[in-house]
Design a protein around this ligand. Structure first.
Ligand SMILES: [Zn+2]
Length: 211
C-alpha cells in the first residue's frame, strides 16, 4: 500500500513536470515565430524578447559576422528597407565572431548578454516606428556624426528601460565598459555612447513612478 502511494506520487510529479515543460515549450514557440535565433544564446534571446510584445511577429534573424568595433549590431535588410513598408521590414542582428573581439561572447555573464539583446531589440522598436527615408538618413549620419550616434544609442537604452530592462543594461555597461576582455578603445566607446548605470537608475525610478 505504502509503495502504491509512493508510485502514485512519483507518477503525478512526473506528469506535472511534463505538463510544465510542455507549457513552457508552447509559450516559447509563440515567441520564436519569424525568428532565427542564435544557437548559443537562444534562451536569453527569447527571455528578453518577451519584454517586447510589439516584436512578436517581426522577422528577426541573428547572424554571426565579423564586426569592426561592435559586439552586436542590428539593421533592417537592405531589400526590405528599400522595397517594403515599415510594417513588413525584416531585421538582422549581427553577433560579432572572433577574432575581432578578444573574448568569446559565450564567456560573458548571461545578464550581460540579456542587456545587449535588450539594447538591440530596442533599436528595432525605433526602426519600426520610423519611415524608410528617415532610417536611410539615420544610417548616413550615424558613422559620421558623433553627437548623433550618441543620441541614437542612448535613445535605444531609454526604450529598453521603458520596457523594464534597465537592470540588464546596467550590468552590460559595467561589464563591457570595464570588466570584459575587450580592447581599451572598445571599452571607452561603450562608456561614452551608452547610458551610465547612474543615468539608467534615474530613468528606471522615473518610469516606475509613472506606472
Ligand atoms: Zn546600439
Amino acid at each position: 500500500m505504502h509503495n502504491a502511494n509512493l508510485l502514485k506520487t512519483i507518477f503525478f510529479a512526473l506528469l506535472f513536470n511534463f505538463y510544465c515543460g510542455l507549457a513552457q515549450t508552447l509559450e516559447d514557440e509563440k515567441w520564436t515565430y519569424n525568428k532565427i535565433l542564435p544557437f548559443s544564446f537562444e534562451e536569453e534571446a527569447i527571455e528578453v524578447l518577451k519584454y517586447y510584445p510589439e516584436l512578436k511577429a517581426t522577422y528577426i534573424r541573428f547572424q554571426y559576422k565579423r564586426l569592426p568595433d561592435a559586439i552586436m549590431q542590428v539593421q533592417p535588410t537592405w531589400w526590405s528597407l528599400i522595397f517594403k513598408k515599415k510594417e513588413n521590414r525584416k531585421y538582422k542582428i549581427f553577433i560579432n565572431i572572433l577574432p575581432s573581439i578578444d573574448a568569446p561572447l559565450e564567456s560573458f555573464p548571461k545578464n550581460v548578454i540579456k542587456g545587449i539583446f535588450a539594447h538591440e531589440y530596442a533599436h528595432i522598436v525605433y526602426y519600426q516606428q520610423n519611415s524608410n527615408i528617415r532610417l536611410i538618413l539615420d544610417f548616413i549620419r550615424y558613422p559620421i556624426n558623433c553627437p548623433f550616434k550618441k543620441e541614437f544609442e542612448r535613445n535605444a537604452d531609454i526604450i529598453a528601460i521603458q520596457h523594464g530592462l534597465g537592470v540588464y543594461l546596467k550590468e552590460a555597461w559595467q561589464y563591457t565598459g570595464f570588466d570584459a576582455n575587450l580592447s581599451d578603445v572598445m571599452k571607452a566607446k561603450k562608456r561614452f555612447y551608452y547610458l551610465s548605470p547612474l543615468e539608467i537608475q534615474k530613468l528606471m525610478s522615473q518610469y516606475s513612478k509613472k506606472q
